[in-house]
Design a binder for this molecule. Structure first.
Ligand SMILES: Cc1cc2nc3c(=O)[nH]c(=O)nc-3n(C[C@H](O)[C@H](O)[C@H](O)COP(=O)(O)OP(=O)(O)OC[C@H]3O[C@@H](n4cnc5c(N)ncnc54)[C@H](O)[C@@H]3O)c2cc1C
Length: 500
């Protein structure tokens, strides 16, 4: 009889571990509390407009392809991806901009307009961050379980040798003087909820990963990737229950027995939780079974910032906008401090605009744009009453966009929805409304993150943004590989070989 696994949650981490285990001959049941699979990569459609609600940039196609390979499939048979150029346009407060991409000559010539020496240092910077990328991706530290202190032995000397323990911004400013360049090569950690002024430079693998692997888009949006994984899983014989929130992980004699969800009990040999780690331990595992992850310890962890998201369907074209656009405030360090430390929503926000209709016009009715505005904000520990705050804030954001150059925006809006830290908590069960899980910082990296194999309960595993290696689509896909390694170690010959 094949071994039974229950996966709780269908974000990219949950879907990929479900695919990987089903491909290894396990009988996998995937439980999702929401109406559709996808987690933070949810999608909604209204009045002909299509909105991806979360991730929008596809990076590291090799990592994506490895999930399909594990199932003996090919990514291109399920969804297409097309390269984007520029990766993003970054507007600075003085209305200067840089079209950021992976082309060395184009980057250098744009940078030379602001600082010639910075432009000359570009290649040295990329050369110096290459070994960081090699360590995390090519040598496999990103997909290696860090379940014991001993597992850090080979990792720590590498980090020290590369100087990758310095905060990202400290590392970057050694190469670049102009404020634009310092921002451009240090902001990437914000994409995964990290503070560029605190997060170790190991996360500088992201700009390298983008340069080498490109930034991609799938026509129809990121959700085509979600649907592709759902399809592969079903083809392999996996079972999905949506609108089926898990309410309890059964534990007997320190070992999992299954999951209670939607009024049923799903027996299991192993359980993998893709739900928020803090939420999983606090709400699904009775306190008597948790020696390490007590409520007190979970409360002591730091959780990432949250996001304010405004989705708008606009009956007007804004042809000047690039698919990925950043509009920045004059402040950088202080603004980050307001979000991470002071926990206030400043008046001079920086924002990211996602305009998929710039590449795929079919995501809106003819003559319209589908877009979202993302503004990083403090998580719910800030104590902001978003019910009260949101309508005024939304007005302010729309005013800002009109002043910035999106003429007559308000009067052309046909669809409008917001997603605030409250929604992260309510819809996704994200602890304190975090957008990216447990904060990536040195004291919460690798061995110091909640492990992929539960420290408390035999047969329980974690996958996704709050375990190793961390958030971001490539990160959570690697976390599924890491978790698979742990399960294979534990179940050994009971599992079939993978499709690779
Ligand atoms: C606004 C935004 C933009 C982003 N942009 C990018 C980007 O451009 N590129 C990139 O690489 N990354 C991006 N990220 C990060 C990336 O989206 C996430 O790190 C990743 O998608 C998280 O996946 P996950 O596997 O951790 O699970 P999640 O997506 O967090 O899914 C967890 C799932 O578990 C379900 N669940 C929770 N509790 C239960 C329960 N009790 N029972 C059943 N189900 C439950 C939830 O409903 C959810 O579906 C972005 C994130 C956000 C928020």
């Amino acid at each position: 009889m094949s071994k039974r696994a229950v996966v709780i949650g269908s974000g990219f981490g949950g879907l990929s571990i479900a695919v990987r285990l089903q491909a290894r001959g396990m009988q996998v049941t995937l439980l999702e509390k929401r109406e559709k699979v996808g987690g933070r990569a949810y999608q909604f459609k209204e009045k002909g407009y299509t909105f991806d609600m979360g991730p929008s940039l596809i990076t590291a196609p090799d990592i994506i392809e490895s999930v399909f390979r594990a199932a003996g499939k090919k990514r291109e048979d399920y969804f297409p991806i097309i390269p984007l150029d520029p990766y993003y346009r970054i507007y600075f407060h003085d209305k200067t901009y840089i079209d950021y991409n992976g082309d060395t000559e184009q980057m250098k010539s744009q940078m030379a307009k602001f600082n010639k020496q910075d432009a000359a240092n570009y290649e040295r910077f990329m050369k110096d961050i290459k070994p960081i990328h090699e360590t995390v991706i090519e040598e496999g530290f990103g997909a290696k379980p860090f379940n014991t202190m001993g597992s850090m032995v080979s990792f720590v000397p590498r980090v020290v040798k590369l100087g990758a323990y310095w905060p990202v911004h400290t590392f970057v400013k050694k190469y670049f003087k102009d404020f634009r360049h310092r921002f451009m090569f240090s902001f990437h950690p914000l994409f995964i909820g990290g503070n560029p002024f605190a997060i170790p430079s190991i996360y500088l693998m992201i700009p390298y990963l983008e340069k080498e692997g490109g930034v991609w888009f799938s026509p129809g949006g990121m959700y085509t990737f979600v649907e592709a994984l759902e399809k592969v899983f079903k083809e392999l014989g996996g079972e999905i229950h949506t609108s089926c929130p898990a309410t309890k992980i059964g534990v007997e004699n320190g070992k999992v027995t299954g999951v209670e969800a939607g009024g049923q009990f799903f027996d299991a040999d192993i359980v993998v939780s893709n739900a928020d780690t803090a939420w999983t331990y606090k709400n699904l595992v009775a306190a008597e079974h948790r020696k390490r992850w007590t409520d007190k310890k979970l409360e002591k962890l730091s959780y990432t910032m949250s996001c304010y998201l405004l989705y708008i369907g606009v009956k007007k074209k804004y042809p000047g906008l690039k698919h990925h656009t950043l509009i920045l405030s004059e402040r950088y360090k202080e603004l980050v401090k307001d979000i991470f430390k002071n926990k206030v929503v400043p008046d001079d926000f920086s924002m990211y605009l996602h305009i998929p209709t710039a590449t795929d016009p079919s995501m809106a009715p003819e003559g319209g744009e589908s877009m979202y505005v993302l503004i990083p904000v403090a998580n719910l520990r800030a104590g902001i009453d978003w019910e009260e705050f949101e309508p005024k804030f939304t007005d302010k954001v729309i005013d800002f966009l009109e002043d910035w150059g999106l003429d007559d925006l308000r009067e052309h809006i046909e669809v409008q929805r917001v997603f605030t830290p409250n929604n992260f908590k309510k819809e996704l069960f994200a602890y304190v409304g975090n957008a990216f899980g447990i904060e990536p910082k040195l004291s919460q990296t690798a061995y110091f993150r909640p492990h992929n194999r539960s420290e408390d309960i035999e047969g329980l595993y974690l996958v996704g943004a709050s375990t190793h290696p961390g958030a971001g689509v490539p990160g959570v896909l690697l976390s599924a590989e890491t978790t698979e390694h742990c399960i294979v170690e534990d179940l050994g010959t009971a599992l079939a070989p993978t499709g690779t």
